[in-house]
Design a protein around this ligand. Structure first.
Ligand code: V47
Length: 366
């Protein structure tokens, strides 16, 4: 491998990584530019194995999108409808949302992941009761709900501070925040693809508050549209800076852009090679984030499996009823059983570990 790394002019990076040193922006650019994808993957895999050996994590979760009514107009989104009553718009009653959890009483779900549109008319009590109801039905389930973008929207709509919103939702049962809404932090891109929602500084400030309040969160990056490699690195480095301060991020999740039924549909989807490289570079740059998640719904099952050798150590979960990606053209299944996820991890030569949201190990398959 040394010869191969030398040929790609990555040997100095390999040595610095081996010495436990942190990579710079310029070194990140070289990782994006090196033609030898396998050499970059090898480096990322070495880091992945140093942290987690063969372990590959997943959980049993359900996705609930209680409403797709959304006042924001993100160019990549195929899920949102501007107003209640628009064709395809829906808002679940609390009972309907709770039924999604009641219906799975016989399953060993450990996490409910809620992401909604930014609905202009619902009262704050809707969200509070939503969480309270989930906990009533299933007291031990972990509620990973509402992106930082939703928290900012609630604060502005209901006249509260971001911290007040978080505290009230925590009192109602909120356990952690998902990583959605990050998109790309660079101003040039954010202005074009999601100009009318919470900006970068506020997104990061909300995650800082989440961590200060004692909760954990994830962070995503939507890639494969109009962003440049430099903007991907800028995104990763902003995550790394905040993580140096708080240590509250559990996982970094690259999200592959899906071009169907949205305003960027003329763009091609990212290739498998690009997806593998993004996961690998994330593993190498984010030396202070424990987990790199390959979200199989977004990458496709086959590429997610391969990403387990390119830096990724987590596959998210069983994910029932996913809508955001399927409305944007994803052809992945909407659900995998734990048996199916375990089988695909084992078939990739890795060890499946069922975890809870906070990465406590629940079961290990030999
Ligand atoms: O923020 C929307 C993305 C995100 C498209 O925290 C799209 O564990 C690609 O954040 N093509 C929501 N992506 C999903 C999300 C997530 C997923 C898995 C795990 C976690 C976690 C969080 O979905 C949005 C946006 O970036 N998205 N539309 C699209 N057409």
């Amino acid at each position: 491998m040394r010869l191969r790394l030398e040929a790609s002019r990555l040997l100095d990076i390999a040595d610095r990584l081996e010495a436990g040193e942190r990579l710079s922006f310029d070194e990140g650019m070289r990782l994006f530019e090196a033609p030898d994808l396998l050499a970059v993957g090898w480096l990322a895999n070495r880091e992945r194995e140093r942290r987690h050996a063969d372990q590959t994590f997943f959980n049993q979760n359900i996705r609930i999108e209680a409403t797709n009514v959304c006042v924001a107009s993100c160019l990549f989104c195929a899920f949102a409808r501007l107003k209640p009553g628009d064709p395809g718009a829906y808002t679940m009653s609390l009972e309907e949302a709770w039924d999604k959890v009641r219906d799975r009483e016989d399953q060993a779900l450990t996490e409910v992941h809620v992401v909604n549109g930014l609905h202009p008319d619902l009262p704050f009590s809707y969200y509070v009761e939503l969480l309270q109801g989930f906990k009533r039905i299933r007291p031990n389930v972990h509620l990973k709900c509402f992106t930082a973008v939703e928290i900012a929207f609630f604060a502005d709509l209901y006249g509260m501070s971001d911290e007040q919103v978080l505290r009230e939702l925590m009192d109602a049962g909120l356990d952690s925040l998902p990583g959605g809404g990050a998109e790309i932090f660079a101003e040039r891109v954010r202005r074009k693809i999601s100009h009318d929602k919470c900006g970068t500084e506020r997104y990061l400030a909300i995650h800082r508050t989440v961590h200060q309040l004692g909760m954990r969160s994830n962070v995503t990056m939507l890639y494969g549209h109009i962003e440049t490699p430099a903007e991907r690195l800028d995104h990763m480095l902003r995550v790394r800076d905040l993580q140096d301060e708080t240590e509250g991020f559990q996982a970094f999740i690259p999200l592959a852009f899906h071009p169907d039924n949205n305003q960027m549909r003329k763009l091609p989807a990212p290739t498998a090679a690009d997806t593998l490289r993004v996961h690998a570079v994330a593993r190498l740059m984010l030396d202070n984030v424990s987990h790199i998640k390959a979200f199989w719904i977004a990458t496709g099952v086959d590429v997610a499996q391969t990403a387990l050798w390119f830096g990724a150590d987590d596959l998210d979960g069983t994910v029932h009823e996913e809508r955001i990606y399927h409305m944007a053209g994803a052809r992945t299944p909407e659900v995998m059983t734990t048996h199916e996820i375990g089988r695909l991890i084992s078939a990739a030569g890795r060890q499946p570990i069922e975890r809870d949201t906070l990465y406590n190990v629940l079961s290990v398959t030999a």
